[in-house]
Design a protein. Structure first.
Length: 350
């Protein structure tokens, strides 16, 4: 399979003089011509293998360490590797790994249901709806009313304890991410009722196997008290890591007006997304999601090609005079928290 090399930015405008209705088409042709839409099965095979071996090493270390509080030191690396495992499931859900739907589903089920206890079908359904209409208050489940709210209108109608949370949601955001690992598991189990019988059986069995295996590992190596502490620490850090990888992507960016102008694919994805600058470590820790604009424009694009597509997308946006949001990691959090604080003011001022 041919490996794509770093593309050179064309000297001629990528967008040309295309009419507004086809703003995305010239960019798509350029990306396809560069070979960036080709799958990277070899790269994914190596990455998945390394991740599996690292997980096995941590599990082995837990077994060898046994009944000691020092075993808790293995919870942080296990949380990081769990997030890496979730990134694999994410890529499988977007068919970035292989062309065939069945193969991607098998990879997603193994990395989601079996290794993490997180439903692949639930995540895929929710995440694909988000991709179709990012930051759309009526269509994107990620900006619907939940523990947090994202518009002043949502904040104004909150009552009771929910209103108190909304008032302080910017301060509570990162502490609440510590519960995200457990929340993902609860939502996964609840979603089984929605799934067709056959899919529910497969997903349910794999979720049960994860719970049994995870519990057996900890309870055979640690007494109940230490096992519970380890599980809570692991799940809290896993949720925090995963949440910190997804938080910079859209919070505080444009939110399309449901009654306003209908955007095309290019504007809908670019104007609602934010990239995060950084080097190889940022790419590794965020699972490639720091190239959020490129990922949203081309959901099937393999992870190692996102960086290669970036200069093409930037050039195309410059040609069209379209804003391309990119900032540092800390500033991305600052922007998101500022947005949450502003939204919360609707609850504070009432």
């Amino acid at each position: 399979m041919s490996q794509a090399t770093a593309p050179s930015v064309p000297t001629a405008p990528v967008g040309g003089t295309a009419p507004p209705g086809s703003e995305f088409a010239p960019l798509l042709r350029t990306v396809r011509t560069q070979g960036l839409l080709e799958r990277r099965r070899g790269w994914y095979t190596r990455m998945i293998t390394v991740n599996a071996l690292a997980l096995a090493a941590v599990v082995t270390a837990i077994v060898l360490a046994g009944d000691t509080w020092w075993t808790l030191l293995l919870a942080p690396p296990l949380a990081v590797l769990s997030a890496r495992t979730a990134f694999v499931g994410h890529d499988a859900g977007h068919a970035q790994i292989t062309v065939g739907r069945r193969a991607n589903r098998v990879i997603g089920l193994i990395h989601g249901n079996l290794l993490l206890g997180m439903s692949y079908a639930w995540w895929n359904d929710k995440h694909n709806r988000h991709h179709a209409n990012p930051n759309h208050i009526e269509k994107d489940p990620d900006v619907g009313v939940g523990a947090l709210v994202w518009t002043a209108e949502q904040a104004a109608v909150r009552r009771g304890f929910a209103r108190w949370v909304t008032r302080h949601q910017a301060r509570l955001f990162f502490p609440m991410l510590l519960l995200e690992g457990l929340a993902l598991k609860v939502s996964s189990v609840q979603d089984l009722r929605r799934q067709p019988v056959r899919e529910r059986a497969v997903e349910g069995v794999l979720l049960a196997l994860h719970a049994i295996g995870y519990g057996a590992l900890l309870l055979t190596c640690l007494p109940v008290g230490k096992a519970v502490v380890f599980a809570l620490l692991h799940q809290a850090l896993f949720g925090l890591h995963l949440g910190m990888a997804f938080a910079p992507n859209h919070k505080g960016m444009e939110m399309p007006d449901p009654a306003g102008e209908r955007w095309g694919h290019l504007r809908r994805q670019v104007l609602t997304s934010r990239n995060v600058r950084g080097g190889p470590l940022t790419d590794w820790l965020l699972g490639g999601l720091n190239y959020q604009i490129e990922h949203h424009l081309f959901p099937h694009l393999p992870r190692p090609h996102l960086k290669l597509a970036q200069p093409l997308v930037q050039q195309h946006c410059r040609t069209l005079g379209l804003s391309y949001a990119q900032t540092g990691l800390l500033d991305s959090y600052r922007q998101g928290l500022r947005h949450m604080h502003t939204v919360g003011s609707a609850a504070r001022s009432a």
